[in-house]
Design a binder for this molecule. Structure first.
Ligand SMILES: [Zn+2]
Length: 387
């Protein structure tokens, strides 16, 4: 439904915002503020987001398909646009004025974005408009030199690129400085007998919404830890909790104290220290013991370090998709998840679960995940034997 409307119309801003609001509310629940800014959530997983597509960019990517169809002029709708809307004008220069429908004007407004990603590959020159199509190094002659050159050549507005070729050579009437310059610029464009073609992003590439979205979305640097969180065998709720931890987005008590939501930031595990992310994972004696026991189950015997060192150790020792690496990644995410759950249980419900029970829950979740690997020779029995 959403894809249908987004590919048919440019949604008004308030509709796009409302759709985003519904998604945001679903992700974070209730009316409270999200733990991560929405534009960050909308980034790909490798770039520290949750791969949710923000409606505005997604809408523009889907609408670019209509621009592509008009340029290809193969569908019934595109032919109708050429006959009834573009007529004897050219798609690239026709004005987006009030005489046309709102949705057609929105398509015309996407022209600059589309031009950035289109490649006009010149061949025989019998399809491209000499003046208005951006076949000359990504630009049109009209965009670079204005209307005057059309008048100077006396070739008319409907001239095709082939009209500038005589006996296999570029041949313009050189009666103005602009035309001399154009003649010079086109010399490195080879004249061939292949058909003219239009590609998207790279030569011989057809349009795809995925490519369009990739082309127009804002890009960020990749985060080095995304493989630790997002891998095919992950447990989604564990991965989400770990993602929040790695982004330092959990609302630990030191943060709540800073904004005066609570009066004391003391650790809920009664160790007497301030609860911060570093303390919770795994400096606190309670969580330290849990993580130590989980590591021992994974046949890892080593002292526990600071949070960032633990993350780095996991990055170094849980790479790839081999069985021990998968077990370590599952164990790490499960430990973060169940410690955070226990912390909330103590905070909000005043209920306490002993460390041994938490370890059992971690073990149970990992073994349950092993059920999903029934096809593998190391399914649930493999994990249980391993732990
Ligand atoms: Zn503590």
């Amino acid at each position: 439904m959403q894809v249908y409307w987004c590919s048919a119309f440019l949604l008004p801003s308030f509709i796009a915002k409302e759709c985003d609001r519904i998604l945001r509310k679903f992700l974070w629940g209730g009316k409270g503020r999200g733990k991560v800014k929405w534009f960050e959530v909308c980034k790909p997983m490798a770039e520290d987001g949750l791969r949710i597509k923000d409606m505005k960019t997604w809408n523009r990517a889907l609408l670019l398909k209509q621009v592509w169809e008009i340029l290809m002029n193969q569908s019934f709708w595109a032919r109708w646009c050429h006959v009834y809307l573009i007529k004897k004008s050219n798609f690239w220069v026709m004005p987006a004025n009030g005489l046309h429908s709102w949705s057609w004007r929105q398509i015309l407004l996407l022209r600059p974005v589309a031009k950035e990603h289109l490649i006009y590959k010149y061949g025989r020159g019998d399809k491209f408009s000499l003046w208005f199509d951006p076949w000359m190094h990504g630009e049109s002659i009209h965009a670079l030199y204005g209307h005057r050159v059309i008048h100077d050549t006396r070739l008319g507005r409907l001239a095709l690129v082939k009209d500038m070729i005589r006996e296999g050579r570029w041949n313009l009437p050189l009666n103005s400085l602009d035309l001399v310059e154009i003649q010079h610029r086109v010399q490195d464009i080879p004249i061939t007998l292949t058909p003219d073609s239009i590609s998207w992003v790279s030569i011989d590439n057809s349009f795809s919404t995925k490519l369009a979205w990739q082309g127009i979305r804002a890009r960020s640097a990749e985060v080095h830890w995304h493989n630790l969180v997002w891998y095919p065998a992950r447990i989604p709720k564990h991965a989400f909790c770990l993602w929040l931890a790695l982004r330092r987005a959990h609302r630990t008590r030191d943060k709540l104290l800073a904004i005066r939501v609570i009066h004391s930031a003391s650790c809920v595990f009664n160790c007497g220290e301030v609860e911060s992310l570093e303390h919770l994972f795994f400096h606190c004696p309670f969580t330290h013991n849990v993580w130590m026991a989980v590591l021992a189950m994974c046949n890892v015997l080593r002292p526990i370090s600071q949070w960032m060192d633990e993350v780095q150790w996991m990055l170094d020792h849980a790479r790839g998709h081999k069985f021990p690496a998968l077990v370590r990644k599952l164990a790490f995410a499960a430990s973060i998840y169940h410690i955070w759950l226990e912390r909330n249980r103590r905070c909000f419900k005043n209920q306490f679960m002993p460390a041994q029970e938490i370890i059992e829950k971690i073990k149970h979740d990992m073994a349950w995940k092993g059920c999903g690997w029934a096809g593998s020779h190391r399914g649930v029995s493999g994990i249980i034997a391993y732990l």
